[in-house]
Ligand binder design. Structure first.
Ligand SMILES: CCCCCCCCCC(=O)SCCNC(=O)CCNC(=O)[C@H](O)C(C)(C)COP(=O)(O)OP(=O)(O)OC[C@H]1O[C@@H](n2cnc3c(N)ncnc32)[C@H](O)[C@@H]1OP(=O)(O)O
Length: 149
């Protein structure tokens, strides 16, 4: 199966320790996720397959499902770069309808930090780099105990 060039050198990342999330927890069966990490960059990656249960309009993935996975993958890039944070704002642009059962790829990245604020961007593309959604958000660093760490 063809995958985007940017994914070729990545190693899979196991989120097993993060079991309670409705996006990444093992109880979740509607969205297949495989995460990837690049230790040398402020980026985090996911391969995603939305099953039919995530549809809104027939055959089309619900925008809220897409936003949830982007939020999770954007949040993870802050955690994995040792900046535990929560989403303060999230904007998602939907560029074309995403059919259910189609594999897509997410790339998230820390753009900059300003005090407690972490500016994070994300995008969702298919293997041909066609853009389905992109996102930007401000995540705010919080003490570990605020998020159960
Ligand atoms: C491996 C593990 C992977 C884990 C992945 C997890 C992904 C999931 C991520 C989530 O979905 S988290 C859940 C959804 N988000 C929340 O529940 C957050 C709810 N909101 C809050 O808890 C507070 O409002 C917040 C921590 C965001 C801010 O409250 P604080 O009282 O701590 O901070 P404050 O209000 O003083 O703001 C700190 C800075 O953030 C800025 N800020 C706060 N809210 C903002 C906002 N909405 N938009 C833009 N900036 C904002 C604020 O202006 C300020 O900037 P400056 O330092 O420059 O003055």
């Amino acid at each position: 199966m063809k995958i985007p060039d940017e994914f070729q050198h990545l190693t899979p990342y196991n989120m097993n320790s993060y079991t309670d999330s409705f996006v990444s927890g093992k109880q979740q069966k509607y969205i297949e996720l495989q995460y990837y990490r690049d230790e040398n960059s402020l980026k985090f990656y996911a391969r995603v397959l939305f099953h039919v249960e995530t549809q809104g309009a027939p055959g089309i993935v619900h925008g809220g499902a897409i936003a949830s996975v982007l939020d999770e993958t954007m949040g993870a890039v802050s955690f994995l770069n040792k900046m535990p944070a929560v989403t303060a704002s999230l904007t998602v642009n939907y560029h074309r309808p995403l059919p259910v059962e189609k594999t897509v790829y997410i790339i998230t990245q820390v753009e900059k930090t300003e005090g407690r604020k972490i500016y994070i961007i994300g995008k969702m593309v298919d293997k041909n780099q066609r853009l389905f959604a992109d996102s930007k958000g401000i995540f705010v660093k919080v003490p570990n105990e605020r998020i159960g760490l």
